[in-house]
Design a binder for this molecule. Sequence first.
Ligand SMILES: [Cu+2]
Length: 643
Amino acid sequence: MPFILFLFLVGPKNAEKQVKRNSNTSRQYISCAPGETLTLDQLPRLRIPRLIYPDEKSDFPRVVANNNTVPAGKLKKKVLKLQLEVVWSDFYPESENRPGLRVVTIREKGKAPSVPAPLIRVETGTTIHAELRNTLKDSSVTFFGLQKRPSSVKDSVLLKPGESKEIVFESGREGTYLYWVKLGDNDISNEEQQLGGAFIIDPKGGSAPDRVFVMNISGFPIDTTLYKNGFLEALTINGKSWPYTERFSQSVGDTVRWRIINSSLRVHPMHLHGFNFTELSIGSVLSDSVFKPGYEPSIVTQNMRTLTTMTMKWVASRPGNWLFHCHLSFHTAPDTRLPGAAELDPPNEKQHMAGLVLGMTIKPGPSDLISKGPSRELNLYVDQYFPGKSPRNGFSLTPDSKIDSNHITSPGPLLLLKQYQPTYVTVTNRMQIPTSVHWHGLDLDSWADGVPDYSASDGKMSPTIQPGEKFTYKLTLMRPGTYIYHSHFNDAKQIASGLYGPMIVMGEGQTYDPKTDHYYIVGWKNSDSSAPKDMLLNGRTQQPPLNVQTGETHRLRLINILTFGTIRIRVLKDGVPFLIKSIAKDGTDFPLVQQTFLKESAAFGNGETADFEFKPTEAGTYDLKVIRGNGIYSWTQKWIVTD
Ligand SMILES: [Cu+2]
């Protein structure tokens, strides 16, 4: 063991130096999960600027969570009169009885301020007459997105302290957009992105019934001796953090239409459990691109960049409890909760998520799942290989597996599965900590979905698997493709500790050939999420070269299970990009018309998988590169191609 430990400590240092620090990584994350057992008057009171308590005297109006169902303003003869004011306010992103934040927000004149900002929703052909007022005494504010759409020219309205202005503009083309306000000089050490809201333009006669969800972030760095997380923050969807976000209910067969708006300056890979969704459009503050029929992606995760929008629909085709959440693990970590919720409450393992999570229940009804043929049983063991502050955990298929110092325990073994084969996976937890496994991207029964003490259907529930216990999940395998299994318990810590692995579902009649079928899975090496040391591709820093022959068609399966950060793939021959064909995403093959040749793939976020075809036509050496984020860090695998 000492020898292995030595390798582990000194091996990957070079990689570490090349990793550019992301602002997310400067945060300290604590391991305790929040509960709700202390009442407000039992809480020790921290005195930190911005932190407020709901039972203390305040001169400021209280923010209401805006569920985006009632448009702001008064509409008369195709003219919308809108009066918006920028005000200081008291914002309670969790329960109304827990600590909150004093922040600047937007209100309609005469109404309570709201997060997100008031919904602007009109039909195309409407004139908008807006009166804007800055009530702040010491800061200017700038409105963005109050102009006719679409536009490539960014207009803005600056209001000095105490100033008011009136503007008039046409709504423009239908679509899903947003507007937002920047505060003063906008000291970027503070994140003031509670000042954004939805701007929806409906076609004449209106849209099909939908819901609008806006993600906002407020974040203020504080003295870490006061509060371990180092930030006061609120990551909210329609003004609330999990578990206080709105809960939904659908019936089997319902078509669900959502408009998702990222009003923050961070990236959010938004992931739907259990179902593919159809992406109808991708937009921004001023434009919205609608996918042509036949070109609409069918996916489970969309990496939403800053200040962008997505219009999506999905069919609630199976009962149970489901999540739609950000897959950037820090954006759902319980550590993001405000002091008094995460820091001061006793740990409660049932609440291991916070922030950008929505929950919904599809009422009991028929299921769309198909299983056929003889069933199969697999045993998956979860072990802790290195204990301590930065533990390494891992999955294995054999009960006596030893640590592999090359792979440092992760990724877990490839689970090679067959379409429609009923597959039972028994997960045995041999760690000292509870866990749970999520089968990311699969259509399956809710009870087997792996969100502990939440995923439930048919009278069964995914449990928290306690140390020494086991649980058998049933996998249903509807679509051939590339998937991920990973811990869904304290994700930021457990995924970074190594609890992830690849899954490949082969279609009926297909066979898996490792010579032509390759996965590239990227995850963190270190579980100390405050300082990710480096990342591993297929559990390694160095990739072994591959020997292949010309004319062969290879499938490349790219998987991003980093706790944050995007990855891309490209192939170079003699330094020149070699075209690869994009053929699938999130376990769904593209129709032929959507398959495209690329010099380099798009950047995929956490929880996304994407498949490519690579057909080397000439002998020589090819460099396959998996590139992280801004390109400062990448891995290269040499492909030696001979005739
Ligand atoms: Cu996020």
